[in-house]
Design a protein around this ligand. Structure first.
Ligand code: NDP
Length: 280
């Protein structure tokens, strides 16, 4: 029988721990503030932004909301970020991605002060992660490490395969697993013999963005499978990159979609905001 890794429960634990830490900081007169910037009104982005604001409210973090029109120029956005960088009452700055096409995402990310980069996307945060120095870690991969640890799944010495090499999931995920002493293989769209490589994995982390692509043919018996993917099917139900019903019986543990990795991203964002007090 396989274990279902309960991201909903674990994310609530993390948010409750954050809430306690925020209350303790408040007693010392320290208030935490997150600035959330959204450019344009993409409905999916609005949902994410609202969820982040709700999480802040639950935890006791003050959130400042900037809803900018689609036609906002890159210079206007940069000037807002610079103003927030200089504001000592703001601990974290988050620009909801994607930004409209006329704005260069890389320039925007690099404008955010690394001290306030609670998404962990700044090159300085990524560099610090690579060489094992303190800094913000991208929320989804950091959340996956928490899922594994809090589910008592040991990482050290395990064969880990990460499918996907994006800057926000695959790459930081691989570095975090390496930091936890796993032996890590990174697979991507040009990888040959993907099934054989995946079948080596004690821990398989799937972040490919292709609905239900991973079937039991990719799974070693007893593997732990972490499904990062999230897709809405035609019947409006959510599914991941893993064909759950086919794969689960071969696993020792697996994350469901929804209720696995998804809720961890916001919980880790909240943790980064609380950690910002010691990083700023
Ligand atoms: P990207 O599209 O940026 O990256 C996908 C990666 O998968 C790429 O590295 C790509 O390889 C690789 N890939 C694509 N097709 C194949 C294939 N057939 N075989 C092997 N590798 C392949 O996606 P993200 O990393 O941003 O996201 C991945 C998934 O996770 C998405 O479903 C996304 O919605 C979800 N997600 C969920 C989050 C959550 O909170 N739960 C947060 C972030 C993402 P190549 O580099 O060669 O193109």
């Amino acid at each position: 029988m396989y274990q279902i890794i309960d991201g909903k429960m674990i994310s609530t634990q993390i948010k409750d721990e954050c809430k306690e830490r925020v209350a303790a900081y408040k007693e010392q007169g320290i208030d935490i503030c997150l600035a959330v910037i959204q450019v344009g009104n993409d409905p999916a982005s609005s949902v994410y932004v609202n969820n982040k604001k709700k999480a802040c409210e639950y935890i006791g973090i003050r959130s400042l909301s900037y809803e900018l029109p689609e036609e906002t120029t890159q210079e206007e956005l940069i000037s807002l970020i610079e103003k927030l960088n200089a504001d000592d009452s703001v601990n974290g700055i988050l620009v909801q991605l994607p930004v409209p096409k006329h704005i260069d995402e890389d320039i925007i990310i690099s404008t955010i002060s690394p001290k306030k980069d609670v998404d962990g996307f700044h090159t300085q945060s990524v560099g610090a992660l690579c060489i094992g120095q303190p800094g913000y870690v991208s929320c989804t991969p950091a959340g996956i490490i928490e899922l594994l640890k809090r589910s008592n799944i040991s990482i050290e010495g395990k064969e880990c395969v990460v499918i996907g090499r994006s800057n926000i999931v695959g790459k930081p995920m691989s570095i975090l697993m390496l930091r936890e002493n796993a032996t890590v293989t990174i697979a991507h769209s040009r990888t040959k013999d993907l099934k054989d490589i995946c079948k080596r994995a004690d821990i398989l982390i799937v972040a490919i963005g292709r609905p239900e692509m991973i079937t039991s043919e990719y799974i070693k018996d007893g593997a732990v499978v972490i499904d990062v993917g999230i897709h809405r099917r035609e019947n409006n139900k959510l599914c991941g990159d893993v064909l759950f019903d086919d794969v689960a019986p071969h696993c020792s543990a697996i994350t469901p979609v929804p209720g696995g990795v998804g809720p961890m991203t916001i919980a880790m964002l909240m943790k980064n905001c609380v950690d910002s007090v010691s990083l700023t």
